[in-house]
Design a protein around this ligand. Structure first.
Ligand SMILES: Cc1ncc(COP(=O)(O)O)c(C=O)c1O
Ligand SMILES: N[C@@H](CCCC[NH3+])C(=O)O
Length: 439
């Protein structure tokens, strides 16, 4: 079994993370429980940041908070000196509540509402990433109303669509995000923005996909964008300050995944950008990236209690957990794969193959298919690794199941950072049926 970060089997033969016994965590905070290894998040953050520093380029590493957002998480991001990518009023509100420096907040999204744009402008955040023409005109109007100038990046689609393990070149016409680089829309948006009093155009942004294991896609994207930047410099005398190449760096979920260290992605990207810029009249732009999954993914572990066991003779044994697609929808949504151990005896040899079922009323609510495990019983604790990204953040209340609690662990100490939802929380916004008026 592969153990991430500070995870290890301790002297009690139970799984420990951040120096804290996971059995203690379940008995104190209940289950399901999300546990984050803070030291591993710090290590991942430094992996990106320090490589940029070593290579002597100005950079911003913005945590894509959609991967996991909470006040404590955002405060940790600040402690590590990163910037922050938000995509909604909710994520921005969380950042503000965490006291995150406004100038390092970048606002994304393909359909920002008027209220969200007003909020971003009033808070004087670092930049708004403009996604399409309708937003370009709307933002301009709101800037005029509020007498503000917006710092913007233009999100472009460079014609490279990354899939999980490879990449393919596509026309990108069917992407809901960004201005197409090849059909002239990006240039049209740039010309409009440069002529507008409402905009300071910081630069260009692209994001080619998620869970990418190679550097080629990033390199091709950078090359294509810089090609256009050279043209825009000649024709429009425009020199971008920022080139943002997005996130998407892959992580290990199972033994099938073989991710590159952060340093390799950064080195390859920086080397390519430098080479392209050196052969042009352009100045070196700041390089920004936006990792989400690769900062928090493998730092998260979910602890569940095992419940019902159902055996279908000669076919399959189902072991049910006390959570499921309500706290981790990724297997149902993307056929995502995870590895797991029995946290109260992780070293015991597997004796059978079981499938881990969630408790939601959906046949598709299966967390792990065909997992080798020792014979396990109701009440034992299952630890599922690598659930830190897009797990809690995509959790929901299907079947009116309360969202789990989240704890941070580091150096032998734990800290509750999100309370478990209560049953009262679930009906907090409900209104009773009006009394029938009987005459
Ligand atoms: C614009 C943008 N930036 C950053 C990210 C973060 O991606 P990841 O979590 O794969 O690093 C995403 C999500 O894919 C995104 O859409
Ligand atoms: N939510 C997805 C990734 C989407 C990334 C956001 N653009 C996942 O869990 O893998």
């Amino acid at each position: 079994m592969y153990y991430y970060g500070t995870s290890r089997v301790n002297e009690n033969n139970s799984l420990e993370i951040g120096g804290v016994d996971t059995l203690h965590l379940v008995s104190k905070y209940g289950s399901p429980l999300y546990v984050y290894d803070v030291a591993l998040i710090r290590e991942r953050a430094r992996g990106f940041k320090e490589t940029f520093e070593k290579m002597g380029v100005s950079a911003q590493v913005a945590y894509a908070s959609k991967a996991f957002s909470s006040v404590a998480m955002i405060q940790l991001v600040e402690e590590e000196g990163l910037s922050l990518d938000v995509v909604s009023a909710g994520e921005l509100y969380t950042a503000i509540a965490a006291g995150f420096p406004r100038e390092r907040i970048h606002f994304h999204g393909n359909n920002k509402s008027i209220e969200e744009i007003q909020m971003a402008l009033r808070e004087d955040i670092g930049c708004i990433v403009v996604d399409n023409f309708s937003e370009l005109y709307l933002l301009e109007e709101i800037c005029r109303d509020l007498d503000k100038t917006a710092k913007i990046l233009l999100r472009v689609t460079p014609g490279i669509e990354a899939h999980t393990h490879d990449y393919i070149l596509t026309g990108q016409e069917d992407s809901k995000f960004g201005f197409d680089l090849m059909n002239g829309q990006a240039e049209e948006a740039l010309m409009h923005s440069l002529q507008s009093d409402s905009y300071e155009v910081l630069g260009i942004h692209c994001h080619i996909g998620s869970q990418i294991f190679e550097t080629t896609g990033f390199i091709l994207a950078a090359r294509k964008i810089i090609e256009q930047m050279k043209k825009w410099y000649k024709e429009l005398n425009y020199q971008p300050k920022v080139l943002n190449l997005g996130g998407g760096f892959g992580i290990r979920y199972t033994e099938e995944d073989d991710p590159l260290p952060a340093s390799v992605y950064v080195e390859k990207i920086v080397t390519e950008v430098k080479e392209q810029i050196d052969s042009s009249e352009l100045d070196m732009p700041e390089i920004w990236i936006e990792p989400g999954r690769s900062l928090v993914g493998d730092a998260g572990t979910t602890l569940y209690k095992l419940g019902s066991v159902k055996e279908v003779p000669n076919i399959r044994k189902y072991l049910a957990i006390d959570g499921g697609m309500s706290d981790n929808i990724r297997p149902a949504l993307y056929d995502a794969k995870y590895e797991a151990v029995i946290a109260n005896r992780p070293l015991d040899k597997p004796e059978e193959t079981v499938s881990i079922a969630g408790k939601c009323c959906e046949s598709g609510d299966m967390l792990i298919w065909d997992l080798p495990l020792p014979k396990a019983e109701r009440g034992e604790i299952l630890a599922v690794f690598c659930t830190g990204a897009y797990g809690y953040s995509m959790a929901n209340n299907y079947n009116r199941i309360p969202r789990p609690a989240v704890v941070f662990v580091e150096n032998g100490e734990e800290q509750l950072v999100i309370e478990r939802e209560s049953l009262e929380d679930l009906i907090k916004h409900d209104k009773p049926l009006k009394q029938k008026v009987t005459k």
